[in-house]
Structures are given as structure tokens and as C-alpha cells.
Design a protein around this ligand. Structure first.
Ligand code: SF4
Ligand code: SF4
Length: 495
């Protein structure tokens, strides 16, 4: 056991940490008992970067439901809203209808390609800085450290018998964890309804049952995943470490132990030369700070989330012992090979795979942008009656029936003129509406879909084919916007 080992000075002013890798790089039994990881506090450039990333991302998550966006009186004013009730997704100026679910598909493709590109360039940068599991775990560890102290104090506390002091510390920690978990679950629910209303209803006990169910579920998940399961999620449950192996090549930047510089490792006494030996003094500070409990000196590992905290830890040691920083650094396997061959470092950000990912990303992004900028706010779906296909009226005319569905995606009501284009002399009727001066004017309420039943009749079909293709056209009386939908008229002519 690590803490049964003797404390040892490995360089002037540097004690060897008792930390050992709890997830060793050698194969392990799949059902082994979990060894608790107690990451040590560390200060440094990457730790600061992680704090900033955490504050920004948590800020975005908690604040977004409270942002407002004016879309007119007929639409909700929440900037980001997943409105299941009315089947809409609102994202600032973008409003996605169920018929436009391809935008969501495009967004998912864009996110996946973006992730592939980032991984090919900078390794598991997502895991280390932006993944929710990393962020909430980091936050929960900070709370734990606040109440229970740093690594050694926490190990000692866990081994000590239950006293009033221990009960107080543990209880306080769990209360704060639960409050954070509830805030997380609460914020999640706010994305699905008007935030101020839901919060008021939640507090007064009048929110829908589903809101309480999801609040409880997200609270439980946050509490369990960030408080207890932590690195186990990354190591055993998340598929991304397995997938990323395909994204990464020898030229991808990863948190790397530069063994070409570090080996052979060993304690260093004052006044001893650094000639003929490596810079690693075996202090294990890189292991002590690692949130997944691995030893980066064992090489690239599935468990490494590229959080770079071991870089900060090792840099602090290098400063202490007067050696250059960067024994652990963002580097590539190819560079290590190059240095071993006596060649200079080369960072190849432009490689076939990064070019391919960037091209696909730009292509999908441009298509989506074009689609969004040219998105029509007026749509019409036409469904022709099939039973019967046509009716012969008493005056000999042939009549077809249609159901048209008008989608007015604008935030104001519209008056629309309906016309049949390309059928010649027809007689149109719309159920429930009168023909006004030769045209039918349909009303389309703001941000709604509305169905109309229409009939088209042609007196003489002798010159027409069995199936005549034509268009139904809607024209906005106010701004002249038009939408055309192609459909068919069945004449019954078989000659
Ligand atoms: S890599 Fe750096 S932090 Fe890790 S044991 Fe060696 S000197 Fe210490
Ligand atoms: S080895 Fe270093 S980069 Fe990898 S998870 Fe541990 S501390 Fe983070």
C-alpha cells in the first residue's frame, strides 16, 4: 500500500509522493475492486485554463435558459428552448420545426466532425477541458477539497474513525454536492419550458410531474457520476476513448511524457551531475495530481483524459530542481522518434486526416448556413385524396380533392392567395371559404400549421393525360412571398 512506504527525498527540497498508479498500464482483472483516487491540488497554466473553461461552460449551462429573445407576441421569448409541447426548437433567431429536423442532424454531424478534427489536432482536448463529466467531477473534487483538505488529509480522514469532526466534514460536503446536483437538474428542466414560469411552479409545487421526475433524475445522475463514479465513467463507460484511437495518429498532440529526456530516471542528490541520466527524479507528483490515477510515464493510455495537470505538476518540480520545464508536455509520438534520431521537432497540424476533417466540417457548415439563411418561413404540404382518386360530377367534370397543410413559420399572421398553376381552366373550391373576386384568400395564423380541404374540377379533360402534373401556389398578399408545391390531377383518361 502506498502509504506504508517510507517518505523519501528524491531531490533537494522534493519529497517523493506516495501516490501509485491506481489504473496501471498492465492488464488488470475486469472486476477488480475500485481503488479510490485522491487527486492532489496543483497550480499552473493548465489548471488555470481548466478553471476558466469550467467557469465559462458552467456559466453558459446555468445562464442560457434565462436569456430572452423577442420573437413577437405569438412565440416564446426564451432564447434557447426545446418546446416539446408545440414541437419546436428555438435557438436565438433560429426556429426549427419538426419538418426541419435535418438541421439537428446537420448539427450533430458538425459536432462529431468538429470533435474528430480537435482530437486529430490536439488529442483528447474535449475530455480534458469541455466534457460535462470532467467539469462536474472537477467541481465536486474542489468542494471535497474545501471541506476535507488536500490529498493526504483526505486519505487520512477516510481511514480515521467516525468522529463529530469527520461527520461534519462529510455531511457538509454531501449537502453542497446535492445542492450543485439539484441546480444542475433544475437548469436542465428550464431548457424545456419558460424558465421563470417553471422555476415558480417547481418551487410552489405546481410544475408538471415530468419536471419533477427529470429534476430528480438529473440530480441523481450528477451526484452519482461526479461525486462517486468520477474517473470510472471515463475508463469503463464512455465509448469516446475507444473511438478516439481511430482519430489519433503519431502526429496528434497529446499530453506526453518525454521519455527521451526523462530516462533513465532516479533520485538526484545536490551537486550531482545531470550528465548521462534523465530529468525525471521519480517524485511521482505527476501521479499524485492525476484525476484518473495513472502514471503518464507508462506511455499513452486509454485512461488519460489529457487534462494536462501532470504538466503543471512536473513543471513545478522542474523549476524546483533547476531543469527546463516541459518534461511532460503537449507533444507527439513522432517528435519523440525524431529527437531519438537526432532530428528537430516538427508539429504537423496540416495532415491528410486534418485536411479531410476540416473540409467536411467546412462543407457541412456551409450547407447548413446556406440552408438557414435561405430558409423559407412559408411552407405548404399537399396531400391528394386517393380514395377515390377522382369523382365524375353530374355535369361531366372530373373533380380531385386535396388536403393542404400551410406552415406559417413567421411570427405574424398572414393572408395568402391560393392558385392552381398549369392546369388551364379549372374550377376551385375551398371548404369553408368563399371565392372573392376570383381567388381564395387563406388565413395562416402566426407560428402555426393549418389544414384546408380543397377541390379542383375540370370540365373537359379530353386533351389531358391520365395524370396531369401542376403546381399549387400560395402568395403572401402583404409582401408577395410565394411558395409552390407540385402535385397531380388524375383525369381518369386511359387512352
Ligand atoms: S515526470 Fe516529473 S513529476 Fe513525474 S515523477 Fe518524473 S519528475 Fe516527477
Ligand atoms: S496522465 Fe496527466 S493528462 Fe492524463 S489524465 Fe492524468 S493528469 Fe491528466
Amino acid at each position: 500500500m502506498p502509504d506504508q512506504q517510507q517518505r523519501q527525498t528524491v531531490a533537494p527540497g522534493v519529497e517523493r509522493s506516495l501516490a501509485t498508479a491506481v489504473s496501471p498500464s498492465t492488464p488488470e482483472h475486469l472486476y477488480k475492486k475500485r481503488t479510490q483516487v485522491y487527486p492532489k491540488r496543483i497550480k499552473g497554466t493548465f489548471r488555470t485554463l481548466k478553471w476558466v473553461a469550467m467557469i465559462v461552460l458552467l456559466g453558459i449551462y446555468y445562464i442560457t435558459p434565462w436569456l430572452r429573445w423577442d420573437r413577437g407576441p405569438a412565440s416564446p421569448d426564451q432564447a434557447v428552448l426545446i418546446d416539446f409541447e408545440n414541437a419546436r426548437f428555438y435557438f436565438f433567431f433560429i426556429e426549427i420545426w419538426p419538418q426541419e429536423v435535418y438541421y439537428i442532424t446537420g448539427l450533430l454531424i458538425l459536432s462529431a466532425i468538429g470533435l474528430f478534427l480537435a482530437t486529430a489536432l490536439f488529442g483528447r482536448v474535449w475530455c480534458g477541458y469541455a466534457c460535462p463529466q470532467t467539469i462536474w467531477t472537477d467541481l465536486f473534487i474542489a468542494v471535497e477539497r474545501f471541506f476535507e483538505g488536500d490529498r493526504n488529509a483526505r486519505i487520512k480522514l477516510d481511514k480515521s474513525p467516525w468522529t463529530a469532526n469527520k461527520i461534519f466534514k462529510k455531511t457538509s460536503k454531501h449537502i453542497v454536492w446535492l445542492l450543485i446536483a439539484m441546480a444542475t437538474g433544475g437548469a436542465w428542466v428550464l431548457y424545456f419550458h419558460d424558465a421563470p414560469t417553471v422555476l415558480r411552479d417547481l418551487l410552489s409545487g405546481h410544475a408538471p410531474q415530468t419536471a419533477y421526475v427529470f429534476l430528480a433524475l438529473m440530480t441523481f445522475l450528477t451526484y452519482a457520476l461526479a461525486g462517486f463514479m468520477r474517473e470510472q465513467i471515463c475508463i469503463y463507460m464512455c465509448p469516446w476513448p475507444r473511438i478516439q484511437a481511430a482519430m489519433i495518429d503519431d502526429e496528434a498532440l497529446n499530453v506526453t511524457y518525454r521519455y527521451d529526456r526523462g530516462e533513465p530516471r532516479g533520485a538526484h542528490k545536490k551537486g550531482e551531475t545531470w550528465e548521462g541520466r534523465g530529468d525525471c527524479i521519480g517524485c511521482r507528483q505527476c501521479v499524485a495530481v492525476c484525476p484518473t490515477g495513472i502514471d503518464i510515464r507508462d506511455g499513452a493510455q486509454l485512461e488519460c483524459i489529457d487534462c494536462a495537470l501532470c504538466i503543471d505538476a512536473c513543471d513545478a518540480i522542474m523549476i524546483k530542481i533547476g531543469r527546463p520545464k516541459g518534461l511532460i508536455a503537449y507533444d507527439t509520438d513522432a517528435n519523440i522518434e525524431r529527437r531519438l534520431r537526432g532530428e528537430p521537432n516538427r508539429f504537423r497540424l496540416v495532415r491528410p486526416r486534418t485536411v479531410i476533417y476540416a473540409t467536411i466540417f467546412a462543407l457541412v457548415g456551409s450547407i447548413m448556413l446556406y440552408g438557414l439563411l435561405n430558409r423559407s418561413v412559408l411552407d405548404m404540404n399537399v396531400l391528394r385524396d386517393r380514395i377515390p382518386n377522382y369523382v365524375r360530377l353530374s355535369d361531366g367534370s372530373i373533380r380531385n380533392g386535396y388536403t393542404i397543410k400551410i406552415l406559417n413559420k413567421a411570427s405574424e399572421p398572414r393572408e395568402l392567395r391560393l392558385e392552381a398553376i398549369g392546369l388551364g381552366d379549372i374550377n376551385m373550391s375551398v371548404v369553408g371559404l368563399k371565392n372573392i373576386e376570383g381567388a381564395f384568400i387563406l388565413s395562416a395564423p402566426a407560428d402555426e400549421t393549418l389544414d384546408y380541404k380543397i377541390y379542383l374540377a375540370i370540365k373537359d379533360v379530353s386533351d389531358l393525360s391520365e395524370r396531369e402534373i401542376f403546381n399549387l401556389q400560395l402568395t403572401d398578399l402583404k409582401n408577395g412571398d410565394t411558395t409552390l408545391t407540385e402535385t397531380m390531377f388524375i383525369t381518369g383518361n386511359t387512352d
